[in-house]
Design a binder for this molecule. Structure first.
Ligand code: DGY
Length: 330
């Protein structure tokens, strides 16, 4: 009888504790040098694997699955899973899992970091200071937008949107309006002091707009030129969600022409590339997709992916399955 362990692939550099835990159950091929494998390389390495620990950027689609007949589970360490073609995975009997909840509060904190930095012109003024341009105090130097007591519009009112709403309402005395595919129940609305409005009403009334909507074909360019033109000229836009939710070229134009005041972006279309026009406008704060990046939260996200791999491949059940129909067929 063969005693060999099932083989799994870890696609990117990750905590050693992740490799150690997985190695108790599996024969693990990892990527300690954190090399960015192209699609062919990923396919080659997936050949004899039953599971993959993924980081949200590896595209798992019908073409890949057709060439990986042994694969049974893809476990993202991210809450976003727009790298998965879930219907192709279900058709191939491959389970997809993500890492919700464990990053909610950390990501909401970062939403506020970006909002405050953007509205109060923190990075723009720091660049000015570092460049040696600060020679005197003046009454209107880097005067920014008020945050407390203003209206925050949240598009996408899932767990992270709700955590942002609570901070806004109870911490900053903001009025919170939201738009979502479906309206929250009354108790949840009351818990985050948020009112449901149409997208148009939100864009017209909000002093600050925060995007926390998951990426899908339906949410592609949720904010394009038409939507940006409805926002107040004094308003700020924050994208914490995914690249592609905002039309970055249209946003750069709006920022350059000051049809909106400023933007704070943690995610970009085609990242890690950034639209060149965004790099040359001063009224934008740019961060490299770090909203969930604290050691504790990234560890918790990675641990949840490990729980899913061990749970499914060893015990036949996953903690956060995205296509649970696969479980009943396993
Ligand atoms: C997620 O979990 O989807 C984040 O965007 C990655 O930090």
């Amino acid at each position: 009888m063969s005693t060999s362990k099932p083989r799994i692939l870890v696609t990117r550099g990750i905590f050693q504790s992740v490799i150690d835990r997985l190695s108790e159950h599996f024969d693990v091929e990892s990527n300690p040098e954190d090399v960015l494998w192209d699609r062919d390389e990923l396919l080659r390495r997936l050949q004899d694997k039953v599971g993959v620990f993924s980081t949200g950027t590896e595209r798992i689609d019908a073409a890949l699955l057709a060439q990986c007949p042994d694969l049974r589970i893809c476990a993202n360490m991210t809450v976003g899973y727009n790298n998965f073609d879930l219907s192709a995975m279900s058709a191939a009997g491959v389970l997809g899992t993500n890492a919700p909840d464990v990053l909610t509060e950390t990501t909401a904190d970062f939403g506020f970091a970006l909002l405050l930095a953007t509205a109060r012109r923190v990075t723009e003024s720091e660049h000015f200071l570092r460049a040696g341009q600060w020679t005197r105090w003046s009454y209107d130097m880097f005067s920014g937008a008020e945050v407390h007591g203003t209206t925050l519009g949240i598009i996408g009112m899932g767990r992270i949107g709700q955590a942002i709403a609570r901070r806004a309402a109870f911490g900053f005395g903001m009025q919170v309006v939201y738009h979502n595919r479906s309206r929250l129940d009354a108790a949840t609305e009351a818990a985050c002091k948020a009112s449901y409005v149409s997208k148009q009403a939100l864009l017209q009334s909000a002093d600050h707009v925060m995007l926390v909507v998951p990426y899908s074909a339906a949410s592609h360019h949720t904010m394009g030129a038409a939507e940006l033109s409805v926002m107040k000229p004094t308003a700020t836009l924050i994208n914490l969600a995914r690249g592609g939710i905002v039309d970055d070229a249209a946003l750069a134009k709006a920022l350059r022409e000051r049809t909106i005041a400023a933007a704070g972006l943690d995610v970009f279309e085609g990242e890690p590339r950034v639209h060149p026009d965004l790099l040359t406008v001063p009224n934008v704060v740019l961060t490299p997709h770090i909203a969930s990046a604290t050691p504790g939260t990234r560890q918790a996200m990675a641990d949840l992916a490990v729980d899913n791999l061990i749970g499914y491949l060893v015990q036949g059940k996953a903690v956060t399955p995205l296509n649970p129909e696969v479980l009943s067929r396993a």
